[in-house]
Design a protein around this ligand. Structure first.
Ligand code: URP
Ligand code: ZN
Ligand code: ZN
Length: 467
């Protein structure tokens, strides 16, 4: 006896078709029209879309940053993700300088234990490969891959905190060329930005808008170019995280046109918010939009949408890294460089991409599924367990009501944050029910699952299979 979701319209990255979906235990047993209903528990999905559960490959729950912690932990953050139709996240463990990656992995497993509501993987943030030629750190990377950490993030920004030098980056890339993992790059020229930041502060420019004005798109594009060049020399793939500007996108497109395995994600904030509209330049409210890379001029938005449509960009993640305005963003009231960087987003990604992408005719329904679920599952070694509706895949399914209207607001959101970056926007399209490994964990905005039910995903390093 299984659970039979009847009469829905299944949407995958490839096609849209009328079908029933039979779930047995935690996996999908059959996908076809007219499955015999006898003996099964029935769910009527007439008029509904059946989407693979969303995969958000870039979140920061319980993350230390700028003397504070991101305000969502693995419980509140993954509960919010589930309510919004995301059933898998990939978060980041951080190797503190001078420590072993193993310690960071244990620490992040402990953060998730007993709390995480959906399945999760971890990227490892590499800050330091150790002394000499970095052999200890490089061996550490291989042992991480054996633990299912199939991707690493390195920072070209945040000097004196997370930033890695080019030698470290190049060594790490060369290691992934051998062990099959993927380097994710935060691509901004941190050293140049630091000079601009110190100059602005010395001139008394302390307001939040100077966070954005001291991080030009050229600093992003230069770092993307350098990251891709180093990856090319190392013979490794590279994935640019939170790409925000046309200048940076041009670098990725040029590399892909040359046949290089360069990938990139953008985030809803870069597609939908802008410097002109969301940072007024006066007052501290702008701190709600302080994240890195910063908001860009509005003229970048159509280029990013176009990049998504034509696969110059492969993924939409959130970079969910919330800090409450009242007691956390305020740390930078006298100095923009002390504002914790990041914003809340994990709950609204699917709604926003459906409404402003599919609803506005910018991307197809299939492309929506691809960029929010299938591509991140593939790129990060979870496909076809995650990211599609197919026989044998995990039964992570969102019963999606394409006509349901929802007004986004801090007052009603599940994310533990006292503001929303999309406050007051009414979006069309929302999750009605969410299944994770066959268990209904959300019904009409209410979380029904148990904290701690989520499982750690041992992801596969993809080796040479990048295109
Ligand atoms: O502002 C951001 N993006 N905060 C999170 C850390 C990062 O760089 O991804
Ligand atoms: Zn980053
Ligand atoms: Zn991030």
């Amino acid at each position: 006896m299984g659970l039979l979701i009847q009469h829905g319209t299944v949407v995958t990255a490839e096609r849209t078709f009328a079908a029933d979906v039979l779930i047995e235990g935690s996996t999908i047993r059959e996908v076809r029209a007219g499955i015999d209903a006898a003996q099964h528990t029935l769910v009527d999905a007439r008029g509904m879309l059946l989407l693979p559960g969303g995969v958000d490959a870039h979140t920061h729950m319980d993350m230390p940053f700028g003397g504070t912690m991101s305000s969502d932990d693995f419980e509140t953050g993954t509960r919010a993700a589930a309510i919004g139709g995301t059933t898998t996240i990939v978060d980041f463990a951080i190797q503190a300088r001078g420590t072993k990656m193993r310690d960071a992995l244990d620490m992040w497993w402990a953060k998730a234990e007993g709390k995480v509501c959906i399945d999760y993987g971890l990227h490892m943030i590499v800050t330091d490969l150790g002394s000499g030629n970095g052999k200890a750190g490089l061996d550490d990377m291989d042992s991480m891959v054996r633990e299912g950490v199939a991707s690493f993030k390195l920072f070209m920004a945040y000097p004196n905190a997370l930033m890695a030098d080019d030698a470290t980056i190049f060594r790490a890339l060369r290691q992934t060329a051998n062990n099959g993992a993927l380097v994710c790059m935060h691509a901004e020229n941190g050293s140049v930005i630091d000079v601009l930041v110190q100059q602005a502060l010395a001139e008394g420019k302390t307001a939040p808008i100077y966070h954005a004005l001291t991080r030009p798109t050229t600093a992003e594009a230069e770092a993307v170019h350098r990251a891709i060049a180093m990856a090319e020399m190392a013979g490794a793939p590279v994935y640019i995280v939170h790409l925000s500007s046309e200048d940076a996108l041009n670098e990725v497109r040029e590399a892909r046109d040359r046949g290089l395995p360069a990938f990139a994600e953008t985030c809803p904030q870069y597609l939908l918010l802008s410097l002109e509209e969301n940072m007024k330049g006066e007052g501290f409210e702008d701190a709600k939009f302080v994240f890195t890379p910063p908001l860009r001029e509005k003229k970048n938005q159509p280029k990013l949408w176009d990049g998504l449509k034509h696969d110059h960009l492969q993924v939409v993640s959130t970079d969910h890294c919330p800090f409450c305005f009242a007691d956390q963003k305020l740390l930078g009231i006298d100095d923009f460089s002390k504002i914790p960087n990041g914003g809340p987003g994990v709950e609204n990604r699917m709604q926003l991409m459906h409404h402003y992408g599919v609803g506005a005719g910018k991307i197809s329904l299939n492309r929506f599924v691809e960029i929010t679920a299938t591509a991140p599952a593939r790129i990060f070694g979870m496909y076809p367990k995650k990211g599609t509706i197919a026989v044998g895949s995990d039964a992570d399914i969102v019963v999606w009501d394409a006509d349901a209207e929802h007004t986004i607001s801090a007052a009603t959101q599940a994310m533990r944050c006292d503001y929303s970056m999309f406050e007051g926007r009414t979006v069309k399209g929302n999750a009605r029910q969410v299944y994770s490994r066959g268990e209904m964990i959300v019904e009409r905005g209410k979380f029904l699952g148990k904290a701690g039910r989520g499982e750690y995903l041992r992801r596969e390093a993809r080796g040479g299979a990048w295109r």
